[in-house]
Design a protein around this ligand. Structure first.
Ligand code: SAH
Length: 244
């Protein structure tokens, strides 16, 4: 039996996962509540990362030093950056980068000092399983998402930073600096760095809640409640099914 960790940024997202774990029991460690239980034949540990890179990094380090974890799955929402990445779409990361990391001129912009790289790859097989689960989830939820065009699954670069990107000028600057970035959020690249340190495979999946522009904050809470947390649940469930 493998043990999978599920990390969510916001309480609403975590609660939906916890509701699906019949026997979840809390364990306190490092200021975090780690919820242990069983789901679809797997041992699972679910945890709230909190918002931002530091919260995500400390949560992931606490998680991976407390339990033997075979794989980590981060689910959450993000702002769409890439052309054609629309609200309601799902982005599965193939790699992650910190868009606000800049130790130049000592190191090239975005490079993680001491690593010689700016981008960290996710686990290819796990990410593929997540993408398949996401495709299935959108097909099933499609009718409920009417009005959001036909939602699609994208795979590629997700960028993270300690800012909620909510102006057209900021998202334009990000697109210019990182033309292949599909989505922007606040945790993924931090979790990626810790998983790399621990040598644990991981995947990051995000439902697009906004276009990271001047309207990014509009209906954010409602989107989480009505769309994102349900899509995330389907994706986690579909991924667990495939790992069986
Ligand atoms: N208004 C929310 C703010 C949440 S912060 C609240 O009151 O709770 C945004 C969360 O969604 C973070 O976890 C981040 O990873 C993600 N996110 C969604 N859209 C984003 C954007 N445009 N820029 C940065 N992060 C975004």
């Amino acid at each position: 039996m493998s043990r999978l960790a599920i990390v969510a940024a916001m309480p609403e997202e975590l609660q939906t996962v916890l509701d699906a774990i019949p026997d979840e029991a809390p364990r306190q460690h490092g200021g975090r509540t780690l919820w242990c239980g069983h789901w679809q034949g797997h041992e699972v540990v679910a945890v709230l990362s909190g918002i931002g890179k530091v919260a995500a990094a400390t949560t992931t380090a606490t998680l991976l030093s407390t339990f033997e974890i075979d794989a980590v799955l981060f689910t959450g929402v993000a702002g769409g950056l890439g052309d054609g990445v629309q609200v309601g779409d799902v982005v599965v990361a193939t790699e992650l980068l910190q868009h606000d990391l800049d130790a130049s001129p000592l190191f090239p912009r975005f490079e993680i000092p001491g690593r010689g790289v700016s981008r960290l790859a996710t686990d290819a097989a796990l990410s593929q399983a997540v993408a398949q689960a996401a495709t299935q989830a959108l097909a099933t939820r499609g009718p409920a998402l009417a009005g959001l065009c036909t939602p699609r699954v994208h795979q590629g670069l997700i960028v993270s930073g300690d800012r909620f990107v909510s102006s057209a000028s900021e998202s334009t600057a990000l697109r210019q600096a990182l033309p292949d970035a599909l989505a922007v959020e606040m945790e993924g690249a931090a979790l990626a760095q810790v998983c790399h340190d621990f040598g644990v495979p991981f995947a990051v999946v995000r439902t697009i809640s906004d276009r990271a522009d001047d309207t990014a904050h509009v209906d954010f809470g409602r989107f989480i409640d009505e769309v994102a947390r349900h899509v995330a649940l389907d994706i986690v469930q579909g991924t667990l099914d495939q790992l069986r």
